[in-house]
Design a protein around this ligand. Sequence first.
Ligand code: NDP
Length: 368
Amino acid sequence: MPSRRHFLHQAGLTTLALSLPFSDSIARALGQQEPKVLRVALMGLGSYASRVAEAMKDCSRAKLVGVISGTPSKIESWKEKYGLPAQNCYSYDNVDEIKNNKDIDAVYVITPNALHKEHTIALAKAGKHVICEKPMAINAQEGEEMIAACKAAGVQLLIGYRMHFEANTLDIIKKQRAGEFGKTLFFQGLSGFIIGDPSQWRLNRALSGGGAMMDIGVYSINGARYMLGEEPIWVTAQETKTDPIKFKEGIDETITFQMGFPSGATASCLSTYSLNYLDKFFLSGTKGFAEMQPSTGYGPIKAKTNSGPLEHTHVTHQTTQMDEMAAIILDGKQPLIPVDGEEGLKDMHIVDAIFKAVKTGQKVSIPK
Ligand code: NDP
């Protein structure tokens, strides 16, 4: 069989090709087009957007090309730091002009939760694909409006579920689907951190839509669904508060909740703003178990099963996420676990049901 070097030499491309990654050089030698790159603008230049921007430096399919911000000084510093052209930088007031910008394919909405709906709909109307952070909205009704707006505009809506692309998580999901743990009948999800500054938007219901549940509790909700591989049909939930001044009406400090699934499986979860190092998933089946701690932090994720530890190399979550999302948007790639608006909406229906269960003390059914 001819070697790679021989093949390239025959093609007269040895010097050029040997300095390039193998797949790129072969593609060029064969006159194939390189994969398209998704040109992304970030909206809301806060702490998570900064993390995403840094991670995108290592992406091969996604590129940061613009920003939308309410803070002119941030626009100036981001322009310089990431080499962004002035014509790709917008404020919230002139963001509808982005419809005339052919150099931006998609916008990643990373603003406070209660602004996701308004921002997503505006961007959809401007003809841009939208990646929206979790939670997709502050309730299911808003999520439905966002999905409808994106559908009407013919653009894609993805939700920033970075764990859906994390290697240990995917390995456990595949093992569960293959029956390696037997019939999985129990999931435990523990999600929490101690929240600081009482004046931040996360503790302002008008911007957050709720407390820990909206912010960190959604990881346990989402995790229960992807680890068990089915959709819950009921929830029960209980709320406790140790600091009613910091955690005002409508801002949950701690909620424990339970979910029931059609197979008879149950999930028992905790969402809190008052405990640190709370980031653990546990899945139990008739033939085995999987455990992840940390399970949803920025990593490295530590995972093991009854057969021993999983040893997947850590890759910055947001780098993998953005490359995979580019492939979904540009190539129609189907991820193992969806990241579309419908996936976000399922979590919002469960959040709605949990808040209702807290209020009424009743078991609440989840709409199909
Ligand atoms: P930050 O407060 O750090 O940043 C939010 C940014 O939104 C601000 O810096 C600001 O940027 C913009 N903004 C617009 N309007 C307002 C307003 N009225 N009040 C405050 N900020 C405003 O928040 P995060 O980056 O931590 O969170 C943003 C979103 O990302 C949330 O939905 C959160 O749930 C999600 N998130 C997801 C994570 C994940 O791992 N997937 C991790 C962390 C957060 P500007 O000045 O440029 O307008």
